[in-house]
Design a protein around this ligand. Structure first.
Ligand code: ADP
Length: 507
């Protein structure tokens, strides 16, 4: 790796609490059919603390036999037993019980998430854990509100015949849910919540880098009283356990969040069995600053749009477009904000920004910064790793970039902002849309007309105005173009987990 490295010292990672230390010592295991079982595969995976690079726990690496068992358990639970006979209000009550258990164990879950992912425990305790709790609560409400419609046939077909017709929604069946490492617990909630509200059963595969909070969630799912097999959890590698789930004929639907590259592999692999597929993929979201914007609000907002969670956010505001009137001031402000962030291990109380999730990710991000330098970008701030251990990358701002550079075109998934200046409002939609992605965008302006003219021209699933990264369980989220297929949250999420059935009765 050529990238520069600073030896600036980083604080030591504090010891975990006794409760979490005990959790980390648990033997590798999988949740199948309501029980914690050993994997049939002898392979294991390390759970690594990104602040130290040390192994903190050992995970099972599920193989084909485990996938077969988990899918069979989910199928059994879907077809027989108490789950399909449960009233919607009973599913609602179980989801609420789970959310209450998340609240009860919030501190422990935040600590686990911090140790496993690198984010600060503080951030996990104000974003990830309450986000998961709220998501289950929100989706609990949907269990009792799934509805169909009645309608009239238009032509009838048979002269004189009359029909009574209605359309109902039924759970799609056994769903395989594959989630990434940036918000492990929250992503598990985004997947499991609507699936259970709709009456499906699940096999969840967390990312191999961050499986610990899913395992703790599995314990809480058992404690909440879900029937056996309704939620199964397999830790394991994407290319083996993940791919086996995608190919499995017993799975009705795949729900995936992760890279566009893997999303394409999954979409192709699901073709043979024509599984339902929903994909929430990568992004290269523009942050567009119009000339009338309030610079102070923009500086704080745009810095947060890219540096929150160290830029490991699918909708991170990674391409900044600022009108020339404000460009210098905004760039200076964001760079100062980047330099003021205290890097350190997630459990340290003074840390504001943790390490990246893994050595691979650190190397990938540094290689992107190097490619930017090589292609002529200038590093306004950051641009290097920090410390002797742990996977730190300084928050970085690159200027003098052009649309052909890899740092402008490709998703970096790290704390790296590329800043560009624009002169004419008429050009900005084309600049913003010059990307294969279309997940999100933000517009910063109080000019009502300009905002309403621009928002419809942006090809993205979400357009924020004077804010960024605002996600809500009730607000549909997903991508245009190569950022995905389908929308999560709200009614749209229930649609993903249900099949429509038309019933036509000759009367
Ligand atoms: P990233 O590139 O950010 O690590 P990925 O898209 O590789 O994200 O991973 C997201 C999730 O997809 C993880 O749970 C990973 O194990 C899983 N995964 C990776 N490759 C495959 C695959 N070929 N089939 C199914 N799942 C996969």
């Amino acid at each position: 790796m050529n990238a520069a490295s600073s030896t600036l010292s980083i604080a030591a990672q504090p010891e975990p609490s006794p409760t979490v230390a005990q959790f980390l010592r648990r033997a590798p295991r999988l949740l199948i059919g309501g029980e914690w079982v050993e994997s049939r595969s002898p392979r294991t995976l390390p759970a690594i603390d990104p602040a130290t690079g040390r192994t903190v726990a050992t995970l099972a690496d599920a193989g084909q036999a485990d996938v077969d068992r988990a899918v069979a358990a989910a199928r059994e639970a879907f077809e027989k037993g108490p789950w399909p006979d449960m009233l919607p209000a009973q599913r609602e009550a179980l989801l609420w019980r789970l959310s209450d258990l998340i609240e009860k164990h919030a501190d422990e879950l935040a600590e686990i998430e911090s140790i496993d992912n690198g984010k600060t425990k503080f951030m996990a305790s104000i974003v990830d854990v309450p986000g998961a709790r709220n998501y289950f609560r929100y989706m609990a409400g949907w269990a009792t509100k799934i509805e169909g419609s009645t309608l009239q046939t238009s032509f009838g077909g048979i002269p004189g015949a009359k029909f009574h017709t209605y359309v109902s929604r039924e759970p799609v069946g056994v769903v395989a849910q594959i989630v990434p490492w940036n918000f492990p617990l929250a992503m598990a909630a985004w997947k499991i919540g609507p699936a259970l509200a709709a009456g499906c059963t699940c096999v969840l595969k967390p990312a191999e880098q961050t499986s610990l909070s899913a395992l703790r969630l599995g314990e809480l799912i058992i404690e909440a009283g879900f029937p056996p097999g309704v939620v199964n959890i397999l830790t394991g590698l994407g290319e083996s356990a993940g791919a086996a789930l995608v190919a499995h004929p017993g799975v009705d639907k795949i729900a995936f969040t992760g890279s566009t590259e893997v999303g394409k592999i999954i979409n192709k692999a699901a073709t043979d069995t024509l599984k339902r597929v929903s994909l929430e993929l990568g992004g290269k979201s523009p942050v567009i600053v119009l000339p009338d914007a309030d610079p102070a609000a923009v500086i704080g907002g745009a810095a947060n749009a890219i540096f929150f969670n160290s830029g490991q956010v699918c909708c991170a505001g990674s391409r900044l477009f600022v009108h020339r009137k404000l460009y210098d001031r905004v760039l200076e402000g964001i760079s100062a904000a980047a330099e003021s962030l205290q890097l350190g291990p997630g459990l340290h109380p003074k840390t504001q920004l943790g390490p990246l999730v893994s050595r691979d990710q650190q190397e990938r991000v540094l290689a992107y910064i190097d490619s930017g330098r090589t292609q002529g970008a200038s590093v306004v701030t950051g641009g290097e790793s920090v410390g002797h251990e742990g996977y730190y990358v300084k928050p970085t701002v690159l200027a003098n970039v052009n649309p052909d550079m890899r740092v402008v075109r490709e998703e970096i998934f790290g704390p790296v902002l590329v800043a560009q200046r624009f002169d004419d409002l008429d050009d900005i939609a084309a600049f913003a849309n010059d990307t294969p992605y279309g997940l999100a965008a933000s517009i910063w302006s109080n000019d009502l007309k300009a905002v309403h003219r621009l928002a419809p021209k942006i090809k993205a699933g979400t357009v924020w105005v004077n804010c960024h990264n605002v996600l809500d369980p009730n607000l549909p989220f997903g991508g245009y173009k190569q950022s995905g297929i389908g929308r999560e949250h709200g009614r749209a999420a229930i649609d993903l987990y249900t099949e429509m059935k038309s019933v036509c009765i000759a009367v």
